[in-house]
Design a binder for this molecule. Structure first.
Ligand SMILES: Nc1ncnc2c1ncn2[C@@H]1O[C@H](COP(=O)(O)OP(=O)(O)O)[C@@H](O)[C@H]1O
Ligand SMILES: [Mg+2]
Length: 385
């Protein structure tokens, strides 16, 4: 009996916190046309200890990482995830024995999809042995590498879950997740889904570089970006990056879209734009590339529910709305996914709870049309509790 309650957890490319979600998986829901029904019962985000966050960010940058740092981060994050889940379940009054399994995505420290640089690999850390040991709960981890072994990108994995969660009632809906990187899940019969490029990652890095002592590590509501002016030359240059015109399947990470990438474009400009103008341009870059990807994939799009932290960036949300409705007709509905009844901070973590269920039930977890893998595969390795 594999139905029941599952915990999912993940730290995304923003490395801002550990997202936890508790879901209930129950049998077939034919009316929604999906194999199982999902309810998100509870969710929480826990901030990462600052030292661990700094180490994880360093681990994610090719020029700052080494094997010792990688090993330490792996253990420390696994420990942090295990204790966080134990504390959280205790606070909810839920006995560990009632959880079927944990799905832990871990932290991506490198994502090198096929045909990019050298040998393809993707690496998520946060040692699942520690999670299983601390919680006593069966833990599933390492979700991406089997797909990559089968020739796929190993990413994104969320589109299949978005389909299960939103159901196929939403025919002209394109679900968007704006984390460090943005990805889209068009919910139509053509399916698909891919990373569109940067979400918040460049906005966060540029903001922190210019506001080192700020209490937040992001431009709250996009207020700073809103104070600047888009630099057309910079925007045009950045949009010419080959990633944006590449056909899917495709996926990317902050080892590509990072400060070095931005600097290379800034240095090529004849002028030196004010910092706030660069932030305004980065916001426009996320919005323009995202909107172009949506329209290209789903020309008849009506509804765009936005998940992930980027939905809290009001300026970015306005830019996305404007990029999808160039003549300001309010045709396309761009709103936080709360408008559809879902907690936008819980969905990615819930996706890995669902993938843990799929692993335990020996069901496929990837979508070859999304990742480009040779076929459907059961994803993840199981660490008994
Ligand atoms: N109120 C807000 N205003 C602007 N940006 C926000 C706000 N809340 C969250 N964010 C952005 O969302 C990011 C976190 O999003 P998240 O979905 O957790 O990404 P990831 O999956 O990469 O961890 C933050 O780093 C920040 O850029
Ligand atoms: Mg996050």
């Amino acid at each position: 009996m594999t139905y029941g309650n599952y915990v999912g957890c993940m730290t995304g490319t923003s490395v801002d916190g550990l997202d936890l979600a508790l879901i209930e998986v129950s049998p077939l829901n034919l009316s929604k046309g999906v194999e199982e029904a999902i309810v998100v019962l509870n969710a929480q985000t826990r901030p990462l200890p600052e030292a661990l966050r700094d180490s994880l960010l360093a681990c994610g940058q090719p020029d700052q990482s080494n094997v010792d740092l990688l090993g330490e981060c792996d253990t420390q994050l696994g420990h942090f995830i295990g204790t966080s889940i134990t504390d959280w379940l205790k606070s909810l009054g839920i006995p560990a024995g009632t959880i079927q399994a944990i799905g832990s995505h871990g932290q991506t420290v490198r994502h090198r999809p096929p045909k990019t640089l050298g040998t393809a690999f993707t690496l998520q850390i946060g040692d699942p042995n520690h999670i299983a040991e601390i919680t006593g709960i069966d833990t599933v981890a390492d979700f991406r590498r089997r797909d990559m072994a089968a020739g796929g990108q190993g990413a994104p994995l969320a589109p299949a879950f978005h389909k299960v969660l939103f159901g196929d009632t939403a025919m002209a809906t394109c679900v968007v997740n704006i984390g460090g990187i943005s990805n889209i899940s068009p919910l139509n019969e053509r399916g698909g889904g891919f990373d569109t490029g940067p979400g918040n990652c460049l906005l966060d890095s540029w903001f922190c570089q210019h506001h080192p002592n700020h209490s937040e590590s992001y431009d709250a509501s996009g207020a700073w970006a809103a104070s600047g002016k888009v630099h057309d030359g910079l925007l045009r240059r950045m949009l010419e990056d080959a990633y944006f015109s590449k056909r899917p399947p495709k996926s990317t990470g902050r080892e590509y879209f990072n400060m070095a990438w931005l600097k290379s474009h800034l240095q090529a400009l004849p002028d030196n734009p004010p910092a706030a103008d660069v932030q305004a341009t980065l916001s426009q870059l996320t919005a323009t590339s995202l909107a172009a990807a949506i329209i290209d994939t789903m020309p008849d799009v009506r509804d765009v529910p936005i998940c992930g932290g980027g939905r809290g960036n009001d300026h970015l949300m306005r830019n996305i709305q404007a990029a999808l409705n160039p003549r300001e007709q309010a045709d396309v509905r761009v709103m936080p996914c709360e408008a559809w009844g879902f907690d936008g901070d819980a969905i990615e973590a819930a996706a890995f709870a669902w993938l843990a269920y799929r692993r335990v039930a020996a069901l496929k977890g990837n979508q070859p049309d999304v990742t480009g893998a040779m076929g459907e595969r059961v994803l993840g390795a199981l660490y008994p509790g």
